[in-house]
Design a protein around this ligand. Structure first.
Ligand code: TXA
Ligand code: MG
Length: 311
């Protein structure tokens, strides 16, 4: 459906904003991954996001806004949370941090999966910011992929899984980070990371505990390319792969199979290319995918999280 791809110029961003205001679905680029946008205050529009993604109703969405002030309006905060909110917002927004706190009454519980807390974020991509500014209010935007599939880091992959379900995708080329935002619940003491993501842990000066229980979508299968068998294997084991096994590697000069994708051997470069590589390998229809195990160091933590849940 080439007609749904809109080059992200001023005129088309305006057009996309109009579609959103009328209750339509528009995928748009953020600095992390493409988002599947809908009017964040309209129950009908929000419902169509769940339908388009095939996403279970209990898995909440992130409300995206153009400014910290607009994000603040969606929350109810006690004094400690208020202080933390502004501190984190000033430091990291616009950027790949999502904050979870108690929701204000105007936030539909449909968006929060029935929870009394809402996730909010000010994305850093200029196209996303301009779109949000033109819409004026919050825009819910899960990653723009069918449920359980890898997130999309380019418009082609948005269209691959969602073309039949959306009104348009604003195409601004590949995303800068390639990995979703870090999700942080600021109602807990200390604030709790619900999802590792593009914002690096080492950047925090706060005492954070990491958990996987707090976020409803975290237990589900996710990020999975349509390949029957997916394994994470040690570098030495890669030699045993047969001709129909696709390889996702980062080590230099090891393999030259048609079914091999090599990603950069630094975590930022690897993250940027990961989801697109998974979609390209899937298109080759291999019987199996072996993923070379990345280093076991903290800076590869969010990548490990995605790989384990893909495999
Ligand atoms: O980088 C990103 O965050 C991208 C771009 C488009 O902004 N969006 C994204 O959305 O990854 P999604 O829906 O694919 O992932 C949102 C995550 C899920 O794990 C969800 O369970 C969690 O955030 N989440 C959302 N609202 C929550 C809430 N109220 N409480 C706990 N977890 C929440
Ligand atoms: Mg997602």
């Amino acid at each position: 459906m080439p007609g749904k791809r809109l080059l992200a110029n001023a005129e088309n961003i305006q057009r996309a904003a109009e579609i959103l205001k009328q209750g339509g679905l528009v995928a748009f680029p953020t600095e992390t991954v493409y988002g599947l946008g809908a009017d964040g205050l309209s129950e009908t529009a929000i419902q169509s996001v769940f339908d388009a993604k095939g996403r279970p109703a209990y898995n909440p969405l992130i409300e995206h806004v153009a400014s910290m002030e607009l994000a603040r309006e969606l929350l109810i905060l006690n004094p400690e949370q208020e202080e933390l909110f502004w501190e984190l917002g000033k430091r990291y927004w616009p950027g790949p941090l999502t904050l979870v706190a108690h929701k204000a009454p105007q936030v539909p519980t449909l968006a929060t999966g029935g929870l009394d807390k809402v996730a909010v974020r000010v994305p850093a991509h200029p196209v996303a910011l301009e779109l949000l500014r033109l819409v004026g209010g919050p825009v819910v935007a899960p990653s723009a992929n069918r449920s359980q599939r890898p997130s999309s880091t380019m418009a082609d992959h948005v269209l691959l899984t969602l073309a039949d379900y959306i009104d348009a995708v604003l195409d601004a080329g590949p995303c800068e980070f390639g990995l979703e935002s870090t999700v942080l619940d600021i109602t807990q003491t200390p604030p709790r990371i619900l999802r590792l993501g593009a914002l690096k842990l080492s950047e925090y000066s706060f005492d954070l505990s990491e958990g996987s229980q707090g976020s409803p979508g975290r237990t589900d299968k996710h990020y999975a390319p349509l390949i029957p068998v997916i394994r994470i294997v040690e570098t030495a084991e890669l030699k045993q792969a047969n001709a129909n096994t696709a390889l996702l590697v980062y080590s230099e000069g090891l393999f030259s199979s048609r079914l091999t994708e090599r990603l950069p051997n630094d975590p930022e470069g690897y993250a940027r290319g990961l989801f697109a590589a998974l979609y390209r390998l899937e298109a080759l229809k291999p019987q199996a995918l072996w993923i070379e195990a990345p280093p076991q160091t903290p800076d590869w933590g969010s990548i490990w999280d995605r790989l384990k849940r893909a495999a």
